[in-house]
Write a protein that binds this ligand. Structure first.
Ligand code: ADP
Ligand code: MG
Length: 298
């Protein structure tokens, strides 16, 4: 089955190199320097954003501290960092599900006031509806967006085909494996054709083969649809496999520790030597960060 799926993935991708976009320079190594920021308004812009949660009677827990982050239109941005550093919180802010304590969250230059179909979050728990079929789940977001029925039916068919679940369209989600449910969630999000896809460790629970296929699929869909992706993962190699740019957050409270422009040709694979080498140097920074925070706490 895996072979059959592999064959359906086109060998070549539309060429989308990070150096095609403004604000990014090309270098020989995997990590390139970020040069002057693009003059266009960023798709997403977190300006000096901090967020603290009410923790207990004794005070508040600082989750994010003065985050400055711009995501350009069409960019594939990956965010990595230790567990608890605020990665999910950052995505929730972009999705309009949380409000920052201070600073600004801007979508195309306008403040984010709440959730919107232009920014779709795919999170670990998926949020699929058990009372709807696979097709019903994929259709749901489009219904909410007011997409007419014939178009909804066409897109359900199209996106289920893309994630290789056409033959399961009448199944209910409890009848599917974890990987298949993840693909339903991906199809549902993609079918609404959001401007920004916010993905919170979406493939963390999948077996290696399914994850590899979904990497290929996601990369191809991103290239074809020219959408903007913000992808959170604790897996640095996955971030290098997918991202135009990788942002490393510090241990709690999350701050931007470093940004890396990944200037490797696409399509990439997790096993590529360059991917492994680039991930290795980012991982070193991540380890330093974790050691430093452990020392500070001991
Ligand atoms: P990550 O996704 O990087 O693991 P999170 O964004 O989930 O981190 O959480 C960052 C910090 O904020 C953690 O210490 C977590 O316990 C805390 N936190 C997250 N959500 C809430 C909440 N709703 N209320 C209180 N604390 C929270
Ligand atoms: Mg998280």
């Amino acid at each position: 089955m895996i072979e059959a799926l592999r064959r359906s993935v086109p060998a070549s991708l539309p060429v989308r190199s990070p150096s095609d976009r403004p604000g990014v320079s090309r270098r020989e190594s995997g990590i390139a320097a970020v040069v002057e920021p693009a003059s266009a308004i960023p798709k997403l812009w977190l300006r000096n954003v901090s967020l603290s949660y009410a923790a207990n009677a004794n005070g508040r827990l600082a989750a994010l501290h003065q985050i400055n982050l711009q995501v350009q239109t069409g960019e594939f941005l990956c965010i990595v960092g230790p567990s608890g550093c605020g990665k999910s919180t950052l995505l929730h802010l972009a999705a309009g599900l949380h409000r920052q304590t201070s600073g600004e969250v801007l979508f195309e230059g306008a403040p984010v006031e709440g959730p919107g179909t232009d920014r779709i979050l795919i999170f670990q728990e998926l949020g699929l509806f058990p009372w709807l079929t696979v097709a019903g789940n994929v259709e749901f977001g489009m219904k909410m967006k007011g997409v007419p029925k014939p178009e909804r039916e066409r897109k359900v068919h199209e996106y289920l085909r893309l994630v290789h679940l056409e033959q399961f369209k009448e199944s209910y989600t409890h009848q599917l494996s974890g990987g298949m449910r993840q693909r339903v969630a991906l199809a549902r999000a993609l079918a609404t054709e959001p401007e920004v896809l916010l993905m919170d460790e979406p493939f963390a629970a999948l077996d290696a083969q399914t994850r590899d296929l979904l990497h290929d699929e996601l990369e191809r869909l991103w290239a074809e649809t020219q959408s903007t992706v913000v992808f959170v993962t604790h897996n640095v190699r996955e971030a290098v496999r997918l991202g135009d740019r990788v942002v490393l957050l510090t241990f709690r409270p999350g701050r931007v520790k470093r940004e890396y422009t990944i200037d490797l040709a696409r399509p990439r694979h997790l096993e590529d030597v360059e991917v492994a080498a680039t991930a290795g140097s980012i991982l070193q920074d991540l380890r330093e960060e974790m050691n430093q925070s452990l020392n500070e706490r001991s």
